[in-house]
Design a protein around this ligand. Structure first.
Ligand SMILES: Cc1cc2nc3c(=O)[nH]c(=O)nc-3n(C[C@H](O)[C@H](O)[C@H](O)COP(=O)(O)OP(=O)(O)OC[C@H]3O[C@@H](n4cnc5c(N)ncnc54)[C@H](O)[C@@H]3O)c2cc1C
Length: 424
């Protein structure tokens, strides 16, 4: 099914151009290439240059809790005044945050949150198997650990958010189990004794290196015959209800079909294709202690403070928190320092030694669900972006759904949850 055409000027026309080489774009390109489409992947830097570089690495279908949950409203005032809190709003962004916050509030009713949980479950379902299939067993075992994830808590009693998350898990048939303080010490001896209980989600896993995961999938794509072009896209050639080309800073690349996978940078491109979306940057940070002797047996999330800790092959990585700000504004390293301080209290041993720091911009929509759809006004353009907190988990299935759309196949009705028109 590989199509190779040339335009009048003799330029080769890609059957499908995938714009953006993060985890979502690379997985998308690999899926299309494996289905026999002559696929060109385009990125201004290279694989994993954006949010996919340094995320927390969690992969699993069991993390289906949306960001906006009932009770969010009373927490919001703190976001404006606590620059070191788990969620903060950059002062330069305070006014612009208002419409976004209002959308978040409306997505936080029990009914809306339940809808989002269902949408997350559907898109994440089978993601570990999806990576195994794409990587093959050897590379999968090298890159992925299926050890489960642990949410640890300092308080003796569950918060309202925890109870809601538990209710969703029960409804969705996700297995989880309560771990006592004593058992926690047994299974994660390096954690501080301050944690009084934990929840174990045994079905989840994690990658030991999110960047290497993307690079490895990228290598699979090129080995299967896929092409990569490094260029910054600036827009499209549009004619007669179709996208005819991708305009980059230096040339126009002719194409038959386009899939937009540019993460948080997709908003402007989608607008050029006639779709306005409330897509914003939920920026997060990581600090990696490259020589830390601490080893965790699970991916651990600090359920009380909104960050996680993962034993990566690059060191002990503390990842998380949310900062609403411009995606491209300079990193606010104060956030990384706050993350380090909060993480230090999690362990019996001090966190010392060399550190690396990173900031990434989650591409987020108010309901925590991605946009997976065909552009309504341009029949040969497709969307696959907005995976917010869970792009690693959602990438394999969203690639399959969008590849079906590209091939003109029907997709299951559940995919309606990701329609680009859902925000009106
Ligand atoms: C702190 C933190 C922790 C996280 N932890 C997890 C986790 O544990 N598990 C999980 O599943 N998810 C996690 N996430 C979320 C996850 O990282 C994202 O959902 C995912 O990386 C989004 O991937 P993407 O491919 O859509 O976007 P990106 O990785 O941002 O890729 C977009 C690509 O588009 C390219 N691009 C942009 N504009 C242009 C242009 N004009 N021309 C050419 N190329 C362009 C960029 O160079 C980039 O390579 C976390 C995120 C953060 C910030």
């Amino acid at each position: 099914m590989s199509h190779r055409f040339t335009d009048e000027a003799g330029l080769q026309i890609a059957d499908v151009v995938v714009l953006g080489a993060g985890i979502v774009g690379v997985t998308m390109a690999l899926e299309l290439q494996r289905r026999g489409h002559n696929t060109l992947l385009v990125d201004r830097e290279g694989p994993a240059a954006g949010c996919s570089f340094g995320n927390g690495g969690a992969i699993g279908a069991d993390a289906c809790t949306p960001f906006a949950l009932p009770g969010i409203m009373r927490k919001i005032p703190k976001w404006y005044f606590d620059p070191d809190g788990p969620i903060t709003i950059n002062p330069g962004w305070a006014l612009r945050s208002v419409p976004w916050i209002l959308r978040w509030i409306s997505a936080s009713s029990m009914r809306a949150a339940r809808r989002s949980a269902l949408g997350l479950r559907f898109i994440q379902y089978g993601c570990l198997e999806g990576y195994r299939d794409m990587l093959g067993p050897g590379l999968y075992d090298d890159l992925v650990r299926e050890q489960g994830s642990l949410y640890v808590y300092e308080s003796a009693t569950p918060s309202r958010n925890e109870l809601v998350a538990e209710e969703f898990r029960r409804e969705l048939g996700i297995s989880s189990r309560i771990v006592s303080a004593d058992e926690l010490t047994e299974i994660e001896p390096s954690l501080s004794r301050r944690f009084r209980r934990a929840t174990l989600l045994p079905g989840n896993g994690h990658t030991v290196n999110p960047k290497r995961l993307v690079d490895t999938l990228f290598d699979k794509f090129t080995a299967a015959g896929g092409s990569f072009h490094r260029a910054e896209a600036i827009g499209f050639e549009l004619a007669d209800g179709e996208v005819r080309g991708l305009r980059t800073r230096s040339q126009s690349l002719p194409l038959n079909r386009l899939v937009l996978c540019t993460g948080v940078w997709s908003r402007e491109f989608a607008a050029q294709l006639g779709v306005r979306l409330p897509l914003v940057a939920e920026r997060g940070y990581h600090v990696t202690y490259t020589e830390s002797p601490i080893r965790l047996n699970h991916k651990v999330a600090n359920g009380s403070r909104g960050f996680g800790v993962t034993s990566m092959e690059t060191g002990l990585q503390i990842t998380g928190t949310v900062e609403l700000a411009d995606a491209d504004a300079p990193p606010n390293w104060r956030r990384a320092e706050a993350l380090s301080r909060a993480a230090a209290a999690m362990f019996e041993e001090p966190l010392v030694g060399n550190r690396t720091r990173w900031m990434g911009a989650r591409p987020s929509l108010p309901d925590s669900l991605p946009v997976i759809d065909r552009a309504p006004r341009f029949g040969n353009a497709f969307f696959n972006f907005g995976h917010s907190h869970w792009g690693l988990c959602g990438a394999p299935r969203s690639a399959k759904l969008v590849a079906d759309l590209v091939e003109g196949k029907s997709v299951p009705p559940e995919a309606g949850a990701y329609a680009c028109g859902r925000f009106g």
